[in-house]
Design a protein around this ligand. Structure first.
Ligand SMILES: C[S@@+](CC[C@H](N)C(=O)[O-])C[C@H]1O[C@@H](n2cnc3c(N)ncnc32)[C@H](O)[C@@H]1O
Length: 274
């Protein structure tokens, strides 16, 4: 996969040299190219922002440098083996939430270009213009506002890169992750343990050393449900009833959940105090 990042803070992307992403780059599984947006400015001050039309506080990123940068990146692909158009990812708090499902979708694309903004964002015409020829995703990494999109690029790149074939040592290891499409789609992973078997008088759950794979798998799934009920009840409400087995239903009932007429689980109503 090729990833281009256009930013006014190239040094912010230094973490892409370390750990999993850094190793994937060193092995040639990931080709990351970081570009300084100011290279596509033509004034003495390398200006990338201007005042917003309509007034108001803050500045807006000018369309010209972004247009030149994205055109240059597109042209650079023409000579490579990449497809003619990359997929543009624009981090913004007003985008679609970044989820594991979207990470899976993006991991199947051969070429991503990230456009992390600063100030109040990028002049809208840039996104609209490229959406006419490229696939564009405006993506939010959470319901909060950062000072810039570079941290979001780090988040999205790491989530996508670990899904690329051969990047994780064990290809199976993301199958049981929280949110993994399939059996874990709306579940959080439960607790994990390692040696020693006793630490500060605390034992590990006995089932984990039983050697009984079926019981271990069931225990893990129960724990996943318990944790999801406690921390993300909204995910339980989204669970497809057809994906739940008999024990899942029993456990949810034990945890105080009730099945509605559509089969979906919801929290039992609290008794109204008189
Ligand atoms: C100060 S923010 C602009 C926020 C904008 N005024 C708004 O309220 O939607 C500057 C840039 O940081 C990035 N950013 C901030 N919060 C983000 C989030 N939750 N997810 C993704 N990117 C974010 C985006 O690139 C954004 O354009």
């Amino acid at each position: 996969m090729r990833i281009d990042v256009v930013t006014i803070f190239p040094e912010y992307l230094e973490p892409l040299n370390v750990s999993l992403v850094g190793k994937a780059r060193a092995r040639g599984q990931l080709d990351v190219r970081v570009h300084d947006l100011r290279e596509w400015t033509h004034d003495r001050h390398n200006t990338v922002d201007d005042t917003p039309y309509g007034g108001g506080p803050g500045m807006v990123m000018k369309p010209e440098p972004w247009g030149e940068a994205l055109d240059a990146i597109e042209a650079s692909g023409a000579s490579d083996t990449e497809p003619a158009a990359p997929v543009l990812v624009v981090p913004t708090p007003s985008g679609r939430p970044f989820t594991q499902q979207l990470a899976v979708e993006l991991s199947a694309k051969p070429w991503l270009v990230f456009a992390p903004a600063r100030y109040e964002g990028i002049d809208r015409r840039v996104i609209d213009a490229y959406a006419e020829r490229w696939e564009v995703h405006e993506v939010s990494i959470g319901d909060y506002v950062l000072a810039g999109g570079e941290a979001a690029v780090l988040v999205i790149t790491e989530a996508v890169a670990r899904l690329l074939p051969g990047v994780l040592g064990n290809a199976e290891s993301h199958r049981d992750d929280s949110f993994a499409p399939g059996a874990m789609a709306n579940l959080l992973e439960g607790p994990v343990y390692t040696k020693p078997p006793v630490w500060r008088d605390r034992d590990i759950p006995e089932v984990l050393v039983s050697g009984h794979h079926g019981k271990i798998a069931r225990w893990r799934r129960d724990e996943a449900f318990r944790r999801t009920c406690a921390n993300r009840p909204d995910l339980i409400e989204r669970c497809d009833p057809a994906a739940l087995d008999k024990r899942d239903r029993e456990l949810l009932a034990e945890l105080g959940w009730v099945q509605g007429p559509d089969g979906r689980f919801g929290r039992a109503a609290e008794p109204v105090e008189q």
